[in-house]
Design a protein around this ligand. Structure first.
Ligand SMILES: NC(=O)C1=CN([C@@H]2O[C@H](COP(=O)(O)OP(=O)(O)OC[C@H]3O[C@@H](n4cnc5c(N)ncnc54)[C@H](O)[C@@H]3O)[C@@H](O)[C@H]2O)C=CC1
Ligand SMILES: C[N+](C)(C)CC(=O)CC(=O)[O-]
Length: 470
């Protein structure tokens, strides 16, 4: 059954939450009094539809339905999850919670996106205070998996995992949780560097993106510093750099006064740095880069990339089908495209290779079978390129067995866009092999039986005509 998330406040963060829930198959009811909210949420959703599916090598569930509603009561009634993302003002949040409580069932979880308030601040005045907790996400919510959960329970964490997030359970409540404490420290130091005329906004951004920003995405702070301690590790690192903590390397809690001059100075440097690029263009640039980085981490099973693979493994698989088997159902990721602005020919090959891997699983030549020392090698593949596919476009491959007898497996794949246009075909010959001798051999009994049954079934389907075969 489709579940419903209620999103209260549809700005930068509420819009991001709406997109994450929708693209993971939830229905969303959203309340925001801003008359522009529909347009703003639609723009965030368009960004998310472009970016999120590119992270995965399989299709996400069918998108849920978004409904903008005129009251908080309509948004929360019967909802399975309420996410509050109104501006960071405690009295406003309290007012909103009173309205939520008046209409939501007592057991409905209520997460707050607050960047800094503690659950005990937020819960004051509630009838059922324990169901309210902090679920603090990171922008863009639809791509970044981290959500700091303060005062929440395992059930809520499970729901967040189900939409591909990484709930970091914060043990004790504290102003600004964990990550914003760190970000505030970096931001404060950066403001000083600009105010004191030491660096521009661009120079500070370069100090981050050409250096430690790259390290942080995969190892964080402590593991990075452990490695920086050389073979002696963290102890040596502490001995060498610990004393610096008491040297004047930081302004600590001093906050530069945000005078009009300083705000103007930072804003004009920032304008110059970004040139003519609009916020929407910058969002697209940020998202495409994040997708490429997350996919690189996924390929290595590292950090947030490992989480993506886990989420992907839990996604429902495609239909087994009566006719040709759907062996690929995915979105073209940004890193599969080239200077021509479309999917590169090598990635067509990748998709057809993935299709063959899927067919091997269908006939029982799965991971265990390969681990037992038997497999298939491709000895011939011929691809016809009929049309192009662009980043963010959904592609499907349907595969048919043309011949499945003895050592030979001949497959015919057709690649389509989601709209049904055929964009490529491939004919592929595979030979069953022993991984020990590296020579052809007959398949195991179970694989042979399944393959022959599938070949007989597929022989009744329309066959590719001569001009399609090379
Ligand atoms: N912007 C950021 O980088 C992050 C913000 N947050 C937190 O998320 C929350 C929302 O922040 P943003 O989305 O950035 O703010 P925003 O200003 O972009 O959006 C807030 C939205 O709430 C709506 N709103 C105002 N009163 C409302 C009411 N009574 N009921 C329903 N909606 C109402 C506004 O019309 C607006 O669309 C804050 O608690 C903030 O601390 C959390 C993570 C990151
Ligand atoms: C600036 N901020 C405190 C609103 C930032 C966050 O809360 C998290 C983020 O996305 O950086």
């Amino acid at each position: 059954m489709t579940r419903t998330a209620s999103i209260i406040g549809g700005g930068v963060i509420g819009g991001g939450w709406a997109a994450r829930f929708l693209l993971n198959g939830w229905d969303v009811r959203l309340f925001d009094p801003d008359p522009e909210a529909d347009r703003k949420v639609a723009e965030v959703l368009a960004n998310a539809r472009h970016a999120l599916p590119m992270l995965y090598d399989r299709a996400l569930p069918p998108e849920g339905t978004l409904r903008h509603v005129p009251t908080i009561a309509e948004a929360v009634e019967g909802a399975d999850w309420v996410q509050e993302s109104v501006p960071e003002r405690l009295n406003l949040k309290h007012k909103v919670y009173a309205e939520i409580e008046a209409a939501a069932a007592p057991e409905t979880p209520i997460g707050s996106s607050t960047s800094g308030f503690k659950p005990s601040d937020l819960r004051k005045g509630l009838t059922y205070p324990d169901r309210l907790f902090v679920s603090h996400p990171f922008n863009p919510v639809y791509l970044l998996p981290l959500v700091e959960v303060v005062g929440g329970n395992e059930r809520s964490a499970g729901i967040l995992r189900g939409i591909g997030m990484y709930p970091l359970m914060v043990r004790a409540e504290i102003d600004a949780h964990i990550a914003d404490r760190l970000l505030e420290a970096v931001w404060r130091e950066s403001l000083w560097l600009v105010k004191d005329g030491i660096a521009t906004t661009e120079e500070i951004d370069n100090a981050i993106r050409y250096g430690f920003g790259l390290r942080w995405a995969q190892m964080g702070l402590f593991e990075t510093y452990r490695v920086a301690g050389g073979e002696a590790g963290m102890k040596h690192f502490m001995a060498q750099f610990g004393p610096c903590l008491s040297w004047p390397w930081t302004k600590l809690m001093d906050v530069p006064e945000l005078t009009d001059d300083l705000v103007d100075q930072i804003a004009s440097q920032s304008d110059a740095q970004s040139g003519d690029r609009s916020i929407r263009e910058l969002e697209r640039l940020r998202d495409d880069n994040l997708v490429a980085m997350l996919r690189a981490l996924k390929a290595r099973g590292a950090a947030a990339g490992a989480l993506l693979s886990e989420h992907e493994a839990a996604l429902p698989s495609g239909d087994p089908g009566e006719g040709p088997i759907t062996t690929v159902n995915r979105t073209v990721p940004i890193d599969w495209t080239d200077y021509n602005g479309h999917m590169n020919e090598s990635r067509f090959g990748q998709a057809f290779s993935d299709a063959a891997d899927r067919m091997m699983i269908e006939i029982g030549a799965d991971d265990d079978y390969v681990a037992s020392g038997l497999s298939y090698f491709t000895v011939d593949i011929r691809i016809r390129f009929l049309n192009e596919a662009r980043a963010g476009e959904r592609i499907l491959v349907k595969s048919q067995v043309l011949h499945g007898h003895g050592k030979k497996l001949r497959l015919f794949h057709r690649m389509y866009t989601a709209g049904g246009a055929e964009i490529a075909t491939a004919e592929q010959l595979l030979i069953h092999v022993s991984l020990e001798t590296r020579r052809a051999c007959a398949p195991g009994e179970a694989v042979r039986t399944r393959l022959e049954a599938m070949a007989a079934l597929h022989a009744r389907l329309p066959q590719p005509d001569d001009k399609e075969r090379l």
